[in-house]
Ligand binder design. Structure first.
Ligand code: ATP
Ligand code: MG
Length: 399
């Protein structure tokens, strides 16, 4: 079994070997290479201690030196080189209390979460697959290395990682591992919300975003947050055809209403408030929260297929969000064509594009203050109905 490694990885492993250390590509990159997927990054595991790694390479960064990780820079790309280690006792189900280095590759592989993530490879030695990872890749299953109850007890985040890898790879959780999930799920209450959010986001951004439903089906959701658990799960629909954008996929997940209502639908506000609560609980960044909030409020709302209605809807949000909304709500050809025409014509949709500025009004003799803003809003409202009137002289006449 041979996999193709980037020249830089080969170079790092070669240099470590020349100096008497063992070194292998390990984890996700080996898994993805065997699956014919492009690895996101190449991690290297070695018997060399961090100081020994640093002594061999010109440019290194101490990224996680206390856990044995040194980033070796080659050109502009960094490669994480981590010393073989055994994770010590997990005090709180969150962080290993201490990290112990070892000179035994197998001990390092044994601490890893799943068999498909516990393989190491080098050109010199070939594939090191002590736990049946290759076979599980063929069977398309996610299986813990060792006893699932123990492994989930050490770190409950692994439960969500299992579902995440299923979503990314189109795999299923192997029976023994699956049975351990509801037993250890309560421990997720102790895991940091940021780590949970990162896994949920990866599920939503995967090729199988509908796997997010497994989070509910396996009884995990109530240990994530009350608002999360109370979502209308039976209506969740996150089509894989949606753009792979964090805010789009989260909005699809949280919209909770696929029907098309009218703009005044009073459920809109409640819907977007629930979405915000879920995202706040998960420590989502504010920019994503704001975007999702707007998209959820607009979900199921469809403007009439005529240019003024479309202009007025477009005027409520950034262009990028309008495009996302068109995908989420599945707007048809007519609205899409109107959108394209409004953009091609350069119709004014926002104050920044209005032909009249505040200073034009001041020059025309209006006192600086509240009135200026009111006049500008009225002018914007007018050009949203009559885009051809977005000209200084015309607008100043109707002020
Ligand atoms: P990706 O980078 O695509 O998310 P990955 O498998 O590389 O997938 P990482 O989170 O980057 O995942 O972790 C790298 C490797 O470290 C994993 O392949 C696995 O061997 C190990 N690992 C990561 N997190 C855990 C964990 N919580 N418990 C045990 N081993 C883990
Ligand atoms: Mg990785």
């Amino acid at each position: 079994m041979r996999i193709q490694m980037p020249a830089q990885v080969e170079q790092i492993i070669g240099k470590l070997n020349e100096n008497g250390y063992e070194a292998f590509a390990v984890g996700g990159c080996v898994r993805d290479s065997l699956l014919g997927r492009e690895p996101e990054d190449w991690d290297i595991t070695t018997s060399a201690r961090p100081e020994q790694v640093k002594a061999l390479f010109r440019r290194t960064v101490d990224t996680g030196i206390q856990h044995g990780t040194v980033t070796v820079m080659i050109g502009r790309i960094g490669y994480e080189v981590t010393t073989y280690r055994i994770d010590g006792e997990y005090e709180d189900g969150r962080h290993p209390k201490q990290v112990v280095f070892t000179s035994n590759l197998l001990e390092d592989l044994r601490r890893r979460d799943f068999t498909i993530n516990a393989m190491a490879y080098s050109y010199e030695t070939g594939m090191v697959d002590a736990f049946g990872g290759v076979q599980d890749l063929e069977k398309k299953v996610i299986r813990c290395v060792g006893d699932p109850l123990e492994r989930f007890t050490e770190d409950a985040l692994r439960i969500l990682r299992a579902i995440r890898f299923c979503a990314q790879l189109g795999f299923a959780v192997e029976a023994g591992t699956r049975e351990a999930i509801p037993v250890i799920a309560p421990n997720l209450a102790k895991v940091s919300r940021e780590r949970i959010q990162a896994e949920l986001t990866k599920i939503l951004l995967s090729d199988h975003p509908e796997q997010i439903k497994a989070v509910y089906a396996t009884g995990i959701s109530r240990y994530i947050s009350p608002a999360f658990a109370a979502l209308p799960w039976e209506r969740v629909s996150v089509p894989a055809t949606l753009p792979r954008e964090k805010y789009v996929r989260w909005a699809a997940f949280l919209r909770g209403n696929e029907g098309k209502g009218d703009a005044e639908d009073c459920g809109r506000q409640a819907r977007s408030e629930t979405a915000v609560r879920v995202l706040r609980d998960l420590k989502m960044d504010n920019d994503t929260i704001a975007r999702v909030k707007l998209l959820v409020a607009w979900s199921g709302v469809e403007p009439a297929a005529e240019s003024e209605a479309v202009r007025r809807a477009m005027a409520q949000m950034e262009p990028e969000l309008w495009d996302a909304l068109s995908d989420l709500n599945g707007y048809g050809e007519e609205i899409r064509a109107l959108t394209a025409r409004i953009r091609a014509d350069g119709d004014c949709l926002w104050l920044k594009d209005l032909a009249v500025k505040g200073r034009d009004l001041i020059e025309a003799g209006i006192k600086p203050g509240k009135e200026i803003g009111e006049i500008l809003s009225r002018m914007l409202d007018h050009v949203l109905s009559h885009p051809e009137d977005n000209q200084r002289e015309i607008l100043l006449r109707i002020k």
